[in-house]
Design a protein around this ligand. Structure first.
Ligand SMILES: Cc1cc2nc3c(=O)[nH]c(=O)nc-3n(C[C@H](O)[C@H](O)[C@H](O)COP(=O)(O)OP(=O)(O)OC[C@H]3O[C@@H](n4cnc5c(N)ncnc54)[C@H](O)[C@@H]3O)c2cc1C
Length: 393
């Protein structure tokens, strides 16, 4: 039985926990991450991979502090993708350098608010027809396409780029076998291994609620916002675009990925996924088919295969709507985090690091952690949901 002294034990290997682990280890902190399933197994593998730039907030015409924070994300991630940022994510795959935006209604008046904001103006530009994505280069398309400063990433390669350099401190354990004791220091017991840690970080997404309950202490409350996403494949051109309807939430958010055979898969979110939560899968697919036929009447979808992918977003409770900030707060040596968006994982890590510094916790020296964790079980990577071939049959 080993007894290790750590600065931090992170529970949860989604984007929030993995980004935090990578950032803190880069600063020299002694941290371990424990995952109960596979890395990315929660919401992260369902993410569309869009690094939001705050367009949605800007469309309200108000430039709040959270909007300014989100606006910095594309540049921050691009630096990481180029290997020049706070983390080296040069191994992560960029699926598209931009997300596009088009509308079925006249959006000129709503975009006036957008263009009134100096910060946002540079982040969205109207395209000439020659520069439209292939799907929109059709005489039947009447509208304007805008290019947004929102890169789209392949989440599977992102998970690997974050986790691979730190595999030696990423451990797998059954949820029921993890024992936690909060104190100065905290104690974490796994089968065959005991740590002390100066702080615990709950980065378990939906699993945070059970972790907080296990401690029998007051903590933040979680909300779940279910979605029923739709995926389709079969002769589709790669497209990355939001369709704006009457509300700020896009009517459809469309990203393109690959199935196991390398075939393009369209992954659809937005209002379609929010409004379709209570529909049977077949009914949700019927609505999606009608929506796409209406939006792209010139494209033939008749040979496509369709599936639905139900999943809930887990966030701090703010009355059922989307929180506009990340949550990273401490109660009694336990920092609970919900990033709200994959794109905001860097902000979560920054807030946790600031918290450690405020409490005088600095990177320390200690016995060889890597050696002590040799031979401990490691979690696999979760597959992307549309790459699970059995879902298509
Ligand atoms: C359909 C969908 C599309 C999205 N698209 C985007 C997008 O395009 N851009 C964007 O910015 N955001 C997007 N998001 C939001 C984004 O996916 C989430 O904010 C983010 O992935 C949350 O990451 P997380 O690490 O907090 O949680 P999760 O990804 O849920 O990870 C939690 C991890 O903790 C593990 N776990 C659970 N219980 C325990 C325990 N007791 N101990 C240890 N580990 C545990 C789980 O197995 C899991 O691996 C999307 C979300 C959804 C649902």
């Amino acid at each position: 039985m080993s007894d290790l002294q750590l600065d931090l034990a992170i529970l949860g290997g989604g984007v929030a926990g993995l980004w935090l682990l990578a950032r803190l280890r880069r600063q020299g902190y002694r941290a371990v991450l424990i995952e109960t399933d596979r890395l990315g197994a929660g919401q992260t593998r369902y993410a569309q991979g869009i690094i939001h730039g705050g367009t949605k907030y800007a469309l309200t015409g108000k430039l709040s502090e959270p909007a300014k924070m989100v606006a910095q994300m594309p540049a921050r991630w691009r630096a990481c993708l180029a290997g020049e940022g706070e983390l080296d994510l040069s191994g992560a795959q960029l699926l598209s350098a931009h997300q596009f935006l088009w509308s079925t209604t006249d959006i000129t008046s709503r975009l006036a608010g957008f263009f009134a904001s100096k910060l946002m103006r540079s982040r969205m530009q109207a395209l000439d027809e020659a520069a439209y994505p292939p799907l929109f280069r059709n005489a039947a398309f009447h509208g304007q396409v805008y290019q947004l400063d929102e890169p789209v990433l392949d989440v599977a390669s992102l998970l690997r780029a974050l986790a691979e350099p730190h595999r030696e401190v990423i451990l797998k354990a059954e949820a029921a076998a993890i024992e936690l004791q909060v104190g100065t220091p905290c104690r974490v017991s796994l089968p065959g291994l005991t740590f002390t840690a100066r702080k615990l970080v709950f980065a378990a997404g939906q699993g945070n609620q059970a972790l907080l309950e296990k401690l029998h202490r007051p903590g933040p409350k979680m909300q779940l916002r279910p979605l029923q996403m739709v995926a389709l494949r079969g002769g589709l051109p790669k497209t990355f675009a939001h369709c704006l309807g009457a509300s700020i939430t896009p009517r459809v958010t469309l990203t393109s990925h690959q199935d196991r055979q390398g075939q393009t898969v369209w992954y659809l979110g937005g209002q379609l996924a929010e409004a379709g939560v209570d529909r049977e899968a077949a009914a949700q697919i019927a609505v999606a088919e009608k929506e796409l036929a209406g939006l792209f009447p010139w494209h033939d979808f008749s040979a496509c295969e369709w599936i639905t992918l139900p999943i809930a977003r887990a966030e701090v409770q703010v009355g059922g709507s989307l929180p506009d900030d990340v949550y990273a707060d401490e109660q009694d040596h336990v920092i609970t985090v919900w990033p709200t968006k994959l794109a905001l994982a860097p902000v979560v890590a920054e807030r946790v690091e600031t918290r450690l510094q405020q409490d005088g916790i600095r990177p320390g020296d200690g016995p060889d952690l890597v050696h002590a964790l040799d031979n401990y079980p490691r979690p696999d990577y979760a597959p992307l949901p549309w790459q699970e071939e059995e879902r298509w049959s």
